[in-house]
Design a protein around this ligand. Sequence first.
Ligand code: LLP
Length: 443
Amino acid sequence: MSGRREGASSATDPEAGNPPIRRLDGWDADALSDLAATYDTPLYVLDLDRVRENHRRLEAAFPDAEISYAAKANALGDVLETLLDAGAGIECASAGELERALAAGAAGSEVHYTAVNPPAADLDYAVEAADEHPGLTIVAGARDTIDRLAERGYDGRLGLRVNPGIGAGHHEKVRTGSDAKFGVPADRAVDVLADAADRGFDVVGIHAHVGSGVSGDALESHRKFVARVGDLARDAVATVGELEFVDVGGGFGVPYREDEQPLDLESVAEATRDALGEVDAQLAIEPGRYFVADAGVLLTRVNTVKEAPETAVVGVDAGMTTLIRPAMYDAYHPIRNLTADATADERETIPQTVAGPICESGDVFCADRELPASERGDTLAIGNTGAYGYEMASNYNSRPRPASVVLEGDDVRLSRRRETVADVTRPERTARETVEDKPERGE
Ligand code: LLP
């Protein structure tokens, strides 16, 4: 059993090609329904072969670049292992992601830790990890972070995150390139780099990230962004001598809407090469979404169908705690009724609002969308959920997080079990136990 496309779009089948986007329609409805029946819902399904295909397209477009995967998009161990095995590095945003990358077998030289206002425990962990795993690079986004690294006795490999003053992305909440929170302002970057080099740090690169979900329409912003990074890189090389890498971050968008066209990676790569052509340093990129978004679907089951005067409300067992992107960014995700598809039912298509079980009006996956009339017990698939799906799941309303299965060749396996309510309440229960173990005050 496999949830992959009928006729196989597998990486192991050279005939199948490697299309720039895998649409929700391309998944095998019967196989996905079987997965829902076997593992229950809500269920994240991730096709590791598709993750490899996405990596191969990036390699083809950026043959000279060092390619890393931004683990924040989906930090499942199976994904990290798959991409390390394919030759990618891992970009980590926290001690937890660092721990996962190292546990997946990453060598120090394959890991970048990008520190955004890093909590002390994260810096402690990163400094220790860099000591134990030579080659690990810490990317700081503030002079203050460099001071805190120095206080910990660190003077190893250092990258500087620069704020280029240009942002782009699918929503204002993800346009980091122009947000003061991220990186050292461009006009101060060279001073900060020179200062770090004077203090004995091994200054190895500069880094900038424009934002997330940048579409083909925003190619002009990308051009401006990489041009700015190119100027900075030239100034930096002139000041501190050699740089190993210039990292232009991630952000490559994928089409979520059925009629949206995929990003022309070649044009993005060409614009990047044009801007950085004469910089004597390795180009580095670190996309997250592009690797995993279309490799994943979320399966959910209809539990309530209600006719309201304005719309038909379809209640499902996944909610904003399972997939928050629609609630948080008004993000569009394609939705398919697998039961209606699999049984070739002649169902009427009517406008429906697919809503979760959370007590918030924002807990909807779509409003008034034309879909085959849902019935209680139907299985729905929500597409393009491999990136920032499970990773952003929460326990709000004391809801356990869902299970994840991965597909690889003909293999289907549970990659992460479903949480139970006992998992959710455990920190509270164990806190009480710890308190009970403590001596009475005054003893
Ligand atoms: N590098 C850095 C430093 C980043 O902050 C990010 C994403 C990436 C790389 C990867 O960006 P990507 O290629 O995945 O666009 N939760 C939001 C996206 C937040 C992205 C945060 N940073 C969403 O669901 O759209």
